[in-house]
Design a protein around this ligand. Sequence first.
Ligand code: KIV
Ligand code: ZN
Length: 520
Amino acid sequence: MSNTPDRVLIFDTTLRDGEQAPGCSMTRPEKLRVARALAELGVDIIEAGFPAASPGDFERVAAVAREVAGPTICALARCSPEDIELAARALAGAARRRLHVFLATSAIHRQYKLNMAQEEILRLAAAGIARARELCEDVEFSPEDASRTELEFLAQVVEVAIAAGASTVNIPDTVGYTVPDEFAELFRYLRKNVRGIEKVRLSVHCHDDLGMAVANSLTAVVAGARQVECTINGIGERAGNCSLEEVVMALKTRAAFFNVATGINTSRLYPTSRLVSSITGMPVPRNKAVVGENAFAHEAGIHQHGMLKHYSTYEILRPEDVGLTRGHLVLGKHSGRHAFRERVQALGFELDELELNRVFEEFKALADKKKELFDGDIEALVLRAEGSAAGPWTLIELGTEARTNHAAHARVLLQHADGRSAERTASGDGPVDAAFKAIEAAAGIAVTLRKFEVQAVSEGEDAQGEARVYVEYNQRTYRGASVSTNIVESGARAFLEVINRIELARSGARTREERAVSSA
Ligand code: KIV
Ligand code: ZN
């Protein structure tokens, strides 16, 4: 008997379910950057988006399909011919593609959302999958809210899906309701009662509403699932999805228990986590398993003592297993390009010559302001190099004045990509508030500020501050981030990134309206 571990496919949905988290939507360059990092990480399938959601989503999925090599590229579609055809068109440029069709099956969804009887669900699922199969070899079907669906009906739906041509059947715990024993039972029930189930790959897709997404996914693997759907840092709807780094490291660390393997290059986990956090503006909690700042920190004397004797006393993973190669003091003003390149590589980033030169210039400028540069500084430089939403506004000058018990004043000079420039002054409750108001006036956009936070990215008195700004505009959340040794400037740049994101979204909407008018 062979003991070769079964392969579990890693289906990453950071760019679809992850992007559905409030404020996490990504621009096209951001999606491409994350998709390339996922390919390097070794995920098997990238769910790139939901093309029917908007023309922008369609274009972003199409860009990933055209430009990202390696993994299968997948697009989500409701069970309607229009959605399915649109998703298939978005995937046309991919070397390997998959259509993911879903339809809710639970009594709650049937009654309140769809207003459909069981027979209609069965008919619709079969027709949708059959249409998808006409357009794509590789079709996945998800009965949404499967974990709250009557078992017998779920088995019927899955049987119909297999007969209609689905090659992967995904079982979602859409609202994070199930618990491990119950979920394992569900998988066993399906494997026992569904005709043809041995012909398809069973997949699992868990949400984290009760904090059990990873546990439920692992238990599904024990019960026969051979694909796990997950996101980097566990981002996603509400409390998020199953975290990729946690589920992968659990399968690897406890390989003797699970007897399965993934194709993930785990040394890419930490850099990918940092990239997604930087791009989405979703911080990674310090105590987050596997990639949190404290995941490998030992504070108690007894633990430190044990670690000095042997790391295995208190560590089951090594930081380098997940790509964390943190040192302390790294570089300074006199460090050369060679040392800089080595440090960038040790931190897990691959930059081409052009990017390296650009970031090295910024490194030199920063080293002029700051005595010692730490890993956090280098990471921030690399991540911010392409992370911000480009144009149309650029900050040319910022001046602020603030005294205790007096209103603060700010003056900004902005330059627009169309050649205009705008200079405005404003007063506010502190220099940051004044700078935000001056930028709003100069750009002619008024927003509601929801959150402004600053966090040091490294150590020391002259540490850089990373500012994150969240605003609401037209019932949508927009975010921006920036890093500088001057926190007022970093706040202003983060705020300007928000304004640029709004401008980009507005011009996208205008282009769509223009297209609609011209094609009417
Ligand atoms: O949570 C869910 O049910 C989903 C499906 C579309 C797979 O995201
Ligand atoms: Zn989901």
